[in-house]
Design a protein. Structure first.
Length: 354
């Protein structure tokens, strides 16, 4: 399908209107754009350093830090709106927005204190959500979505519900990436949000890679939780994975009662159950499946990298002898070969019957 046919199909579906726009791809090579982005960051850092040294009071009182942070976010909004195609201005505005978010977080921390840390991080997540919608920049929307998930994860750990953030990120990622019409209607907004949610899911599940020290030292948010509460997040991610596979099978016209559909659902169930003992695996597979279903290479790459990291961490953290680990690897390889043989044997028969 060429560009004209794609535009005509989208217009027939009511997703676009008018004539097909001309190709307005940037003529600047990517090294030039990268240097412009670096220059924008350096300019913003020097400007913010000068402002910080001149107005040191901003870092001492909450009533000064929060308004200053809002002003920085407003300046970033003006930069994004004024020059949406300029790499220099875009990166300059992104750096200013980061400074504004830091000032807002600093001000909220001083105003609310450690006693209301969970509420503070939830409020900061709301601020990030507003910035996602308000500031029209792709990379900025990915970053603020990821930060919002991070804030929710810290707040959930402080509340004793560590699985809340991973559940929300998995449900959000599936909600957006399983809705192609919604994604196409506002791809400039929903696509970066979907990528940010996937990054947030990897970040939340990846907390196990560095252990409890991430919460205890960095965020001072670690609290001892029962085993079933700690596994609630991976369990819900497994449920979302099974639902995603079910939805994609229905979209492809494959009945869950058929051999191919039953085999795929059984594999998803095995991964979901296995994710309870190996946190992160189900989340990585979920991202990989969503990326493959949408033809998004960023999601597929993220899912593959996350899956390799989680499996490597799980293998090296097992308190087992090398002999037992070798037996686990051999059993896993045998299971994978059996699944591959089953797919080659049963799936073509279903297609032939159709």
């Amino acid at each position: 399908m060429n560009r004209e046919e794609l535009w005509r199909k989208l217009r027939d579906e009511g997703l676009v209107s008018g004539d097909m726009p001309m190709d307005q791809a940037s003529s600047s090579p990517w090294p030039v754009r990268a240097m412009l982005g670096i220059a924008g960051w350096l300019g913003a850092l020097f400007l913010l350093g000068f402002a910080g040294a001149t107005f040191a009071i901003l870092f001492r009182k909450a009533e000064a830090a929060i308004p200053a942070g809002l002003i920085c976010c407003g300046a970033a909004f003006a930069a994004f709106r004024g020059s949406p195609r300029s790499d220099f201005v875009g990166q300059f505005g992104f750096a200013i927005s980061l400074a504004g978010q830091g000032l807002i977080l600093f001000g909220l921390g001083n105003a609310m204190g450690d006693q209301a840390a969970a509420a503070m991080f939830l409020l900061m997540a709301v601020v990030e959500a507003v910035l996602v919608v308000a500031l029209p920049n792709y990379i900025h929307r990915v970053f603020t979505t990821w930060v919002a998930v991070l804030c929710v994860s810290v707040a959930s750990v402080k509340l004793g519900l560590p699985g809340l953030a991973s559940t929300g990120a998995a449900c959000g990622a599936a909600f957006f990436w399983l809705s192609p019409v919604r994604m196409a209607s506002r791809s400039d907004l929903w696509e970066p949000v979907g990528i940010g949610l996937a990054l947030g899911l990897v970040q939340v599940e990846g907390a196990v890679l560095v252990g409890d020290e991430l919460w205890r030292v960095v965020f001072r948010a670690y609290t001892a939780t029962p085993f079933w509460v700690a596994r609630l997040g991976p369990a819900m991610v497994g449920v979302v994975l099974a639902y995603t596979v079910w939805t994609l099978l229905a979209r492809s016209g494959v009945s869950p009662q058929s051999r191919a559909g039953g085999l795929v659902l059984a594999a998803a169930a095995v991964l979901a159950i296995g994710g309870l003992g190996a946190p992160g695996v189900a989340a990585a597979v979920l991202i990989l499946v969503l990326g493959f279903a949408n033809g998004n290479r960023v999601l597929m790459g993220l899912g593959l990298l996350a899956l390799a990291a989680y499996l490597s961490h799980f293998y090296y953290q097992l308190h087992l002898t090398l002999l037992v680990k070798s037996m686990v690897l051999a059993a896993t390889g045998t299971a994978l070969l059996a699944i591959r043989w089953s797919v080659g044997r049963f799936v073509p028969e279903e297609r032939a019957d159709a």
